[in-house]
Design a protein around this ligand. Sequence first.
Ligand SMILES: [Zn+2]
Ligand SMILES: [Zn+2]
Length: 337
Amino acid sequence: MRAVVCRKPGEIALEERPEARPAAGEALIAVRRVGICGTDYHIYEGRHPYLAYPRVMGHELSGVVLEAPTGSGFALDDCVVVNPYLSCGACVACRKGKPNCCVRIVVLGVHGDGGMCERISVPTGNLYPAGRLTFDEAASVEFLSIGAHAVARSGLKPADRALVVGAGPIGLGVALFAGLSGGEVAILDLDPARLDFASQAGLAARTILADGRTAEQVAAATDGDGFDVVFDATGNRASMEQVLLYVGHGGALVLVSVVNEVVAFPDPELHKREATVICSRNALRSDFERVMAAIDAGSVPLGRLLTHRTTLASAALDIPRWTRHKTGLVKALVEIE
Ligand SMILES: [Zn+2]
Ligand SMILES: [Zn+2]
């Protein structure tokens, strides 16, 4: 079967790969759509902290069941959303009901080969029935579930003032679910075009341009209080450290994106706020379900978020191009028919 393989940093190709063979407890899925993520561009650039090459990328997947174990509840031609976080079921995190941070986690397309290919085997526990969702919608569930999980982690309450820092796809997902949870949402970014996009898509009531006057704008937006919850989705150390200053006293800072660096906070600033610092990693089944319900209810402006499309045959040319030129790009999908 055909697969898009990142052979090493800077080299990506369409290859012929051995057919996927389901092990016990796995279903064989014909992949229909694959969302391309910041992680995939980082893999191509060689900027991913723990990745062995060559790697078949792709962790944002929808498809149809070709073969499923009897008693699994899945049957031929069922449309499915794939949860790409394979967990061990036995470690301390799994025992706490947190398989999203399993000690031995394998993320399809990152630690193991992913779904940018014709067929893939997936444990049936990682498949969710797509219901009325289209293949495009079903492939968008994973990236949005990162935002839904961050909001669930934050403890955001209705009427809380939330600031989302970073208006990329993950930040937009955070803003969406903060709004759906009743928060009053502002979004901050360096790029005025990304801020315009966020407000036109209805994802934030207020936008704040990161410039020399950011602190004043934060004060103006919150009557001088600072925000109840600040989410950082920038993947930038300096931003993660700076945005603590936008958290109001008694508020929380949620670190959504991860950096491969030491992040440091001045203790007086942390302490005087009695700030809660929360990390958010991947997502849980409940987050996937929250996203699927929101899409089904028409609450997700996917028509705006899905800006680019390619095919398995063209992805090896398009991914390098989109790594360099992201103007107007929010989320690209690979179509496999
Ligand atoms: Zn992703
Ligand atoms: Zn585990």
